[in-house]
Design a protein around this ligand. Structure first.
Ligand code: PBG
Length: 335
């Protein structure tokens, strides 16, 4: 353009996009290995890894391999793991979770033992330890079965103290019971664990994106979690859920799933100063893998773009099955 009569100078966004160095200088968000948390599935009673069909590259490990898996993760640059146990000692209440010799405690001890500096985050729930597969104690009223909120909190208090005693660095309750953060905080503080942070699955939706995870943990669960997990339609409530957990003392907040809930992530970011995590769940992972296998998307580019979307929306950390892969990809990603 050559119009010297213009009142305002013409602004050109492309001035800062001319070269990769210039683009790097003005880039607002970056991916680092310290952003990523790797979920690990450990199954009791198996002697070899079991593949999860819907999640290529993700397996359930026998307990005996956990130490090696944690060491390998560390050597790739992963600094935090999230432990999920698949129990064979299931009962109505999930009592194995507060047994000092139970799977949850054993996993935490062996992960810490393998790599003392690794941040070991315990997924604190009951669903993989109960015969019915719900995230707590169930009670029957009339024909319907529901999770008893306050009875579940009592069990959760026992569970998190055992997890902390076993050496967990961070307690991450995922059961979406009301009051769970204050119940946990009180229990941890009374047991002398005032220094142990709580990462709350503060805004967790009742989502179809968890489908492959249910595969992964071999859950016998057939019902619905809609009486405790959030309605996917609700944005205001999504903010309120996380702010409530902040008030109760959550040190880190979380949105789960990720990609379909970027609006929620951004809204919580705008209203809370707490660190914020996002969980890229099994269905998100499975869709990308399926698309890549079909040859219709560029897996690496798509993954990097979704990770950047999480950061841009306000996430400080990302729980993802791609964590190990990210070590390779973010280093090579110098466009
Ligand atoms: C249950 C739990 C779920 C996931 C982790 N813990 C979902 C559910 O079954 O409700 C999902 C993780 C994923 O899909 O990757 N407490």
């Amino acid at each position: 353009m050559n119009d010297h009569t213009r009142v305002a100078p013409e602004f050109r966004f492309r001035r800062l996009r001319q070269s990769s160095t210039l683009r790097a200088m003005v880039r607002e968000n970056h991916l680092h290995m310290s952003d990523f948390i790797l979920p690990i599935f450990v199954e009791e009673g198996i002697s070899e890894t079991v593949a999860i069909d819907s999640m290529p590259g993700v397996v359930r490990y026998p307990e005996a391999q956990l130490e090696r898996v944690v060491k390998d993760a560390w050597s790739k640059g992963i600094r935090a793991v999230l432990l999920f146990g698949v129990s064979t000692h299931k009962d109505e209440q999930g009592a194995d979770t507060w047994n000092e010799q139970g799977l949850m405690a054993r996993m935490i001890r062996s992960a810490k033992n393998a790599q003392p500096d690794m941040l070991v985050i315990s997924d604190n729930c009951f669903c993989e330890y109960t015969t019915h597969g719900h995230c707590g104690v169930i009670h029957q009223h009339g024909n319907s079965v529901d999770v008893d909120n306050d009875q579940t909190l009592v069990n959760l208090q026992k569970q998190v103290v055992v997890a902390a005693q076993a050496g967990a660095d961070i307690i991450a309750p995922s059961g979406m019971q009301d009051g769970m953060i204050s119940a946990i905080r009180v229990a941890l503080d009374h047991a002398g664990f005032t220094h142990i942070p709580v990462m709350s699955y503060s805004t967790k939706f009742a989502s179809a994106f968890y489908g492959p995870f249910r595969d992964a943990v071999d859950s016998t669960f057939k019902g619905s979690r809609s009486t405790y997990q959030m309605d996917i339609a609700n944005g205001r409530e999504a903010l309120a859920e996380s702010l409530q957990d902040e008030v109760e003392g959550a040190d880190i907040l979380m949105v789960k799933p990720g990609l379909a809930y970027l609006d929620v992530l951004a809204d919580i970011r705008a209203h809370s100063a707490r660190p914020l995590a996002v969980y890229q769940v099994s269905g998100e992972y499975a869709m990308i893998k399926a698309g890549a296998a079909a040859g219709v998307i560029d897996e690496k580019a798509i993954v990097l773009e979704t990770m950047m979307a999480f950061k841009r929306a306000g996430a400080d950390m990302i729980i993802t099955y791609y964590a190990a892969q990210m070590a390779e990809w973010i280093n090579a990603n110098d466009e």
